[in-house]
Design a protein around this ligand. Sequence first.
Ligand SMILES: NC(=O)c1ccc[n+]([C@@H]2O[C@H](COP(=O)([O-])OP(=O)(O)OC[C@H]3O[C@@H](n4cnc5c(N)ncnc54)[C@H](OP(=O)(O)O)[C@@H]3O)[C@@H](O)[C@H]2O)c1
Length: 357
Amino acid sequence: MKKINIVLFGTGNVGSKLINQLLQAREQLRKREGVELNLPVIANSTTAFFQKENQQPSWEADLVNFGFPYKLRDVLEYVQQQGYENLIAVDATASEDFVNNYFSLIEAGFHIVAANKVANTRSSQFYLELRKKLQEHNKFFFYETNVGAGLPIVETLRNFHRSNERVTKVRGVFSGSLSYIFNTYCAEERAFSEILSEAGIKGFTEPDPRVDLSGKDVARKLLILGRELGLEKEFEEITIQDLVPSHLNGQSSLKNFQKNKKDLDPLFLKLKKELKQDEVIRHVGELDLQTGILDVKLVTEKRTSALGSLQNADSSFEIFTESYGEQPLVIKGAGAGAAVTARGVLTDLIKLAEKLP
Ligand SMILES: NC(=O)c1ccc[n+]([C@@H]2O[C@H](COP(=O)([O-])OP(=O)(O)OC[C@H]3O[C@@H](n4cnc5c(N)ncnc54)[C@H](OP(=O)(O)O)[C@@H]3O)[C@@H](O)[C@H]2O)c1
């Protein structure tokens, strides 16, 4: 039996779903794949729980009752003392800083699986240093959920790139929250601010919806895909259409934004009135490999087009390559949500486990 030891950092929406999915899949993985996925350490930003051998964690209670304040050093010492092999660190945090730990983790023998996009969207220098470190220590780094959550976008592009299939353009609705907002806004006669609030209640937007409206999250995804295809770009080089009016942007409080979000209504109503009957507004990311331009913007689409016919909070990625010609390969489906993201992380873990001795 191949034993894999996973240390999970982050027990929020994605991390908590992952623990449950992993525990449920464990028996089947043992039987079908001959792989045992163990979860000896679970940690959030302040507290860690070290699990005893063969203990089935009722992890929420255990983390609260038996967790203790920790430093990364404690985790590294613990796994070394226990003599754990086949170590994988899962980054299910949303932390800017946690990625600094990747270097120590790799040196301590960990492979990395990340839902967190930060490591792939920092400077090119960081991006390359991380890859150098991974190579030096013969370690893997999987991050399929960075773009499109559980949808197989990163791997598809990487496979094209590796097989020398020239990708010319990637275009799509990258954001589940903005997909929901514009799909609903163009289908119904309701104010933009009302639909924005509804998207928040349904859990589609970030607690501060300006994070979604700023286009930065979509830009991060574009950058990750561009770099996957060998494009050397920095985040600052991406052209981003910010949908938040300047008087409500990050300089002002979230409270001020929530109070005045009706100010968005006339701006979007104007755009809606300019549409022809068979047109809708969509929020797209576009990566043009021929010009090297990365663009995040609102566009007008025919209702019947692949992007124009999107529904709910679905994402859709169109990948144009030399062989596919005018007709892109389209990958479409739920591109956000804790359950599909956790499933994507679990899939990365299983794929990585296959590569280990
Ligand atoms: N939800 C999605 O649809 C989706 C899709 C693709 C990718 N992702 C990515 O998945 C990641 C997790 O998302 P989420 O929605 O689960 O976030 P979340 O609910 O905010 O949870 C974040 C977790 O990370 C922990 N954390 C923060 N800093 C940490 C540190 N330095 N060390 C250890 N743990 C730390 C937090 O601990 P505390 O509770 O102690 O603060 C919390 O448990 C994010 O990077 C997100 O961008 C999410």
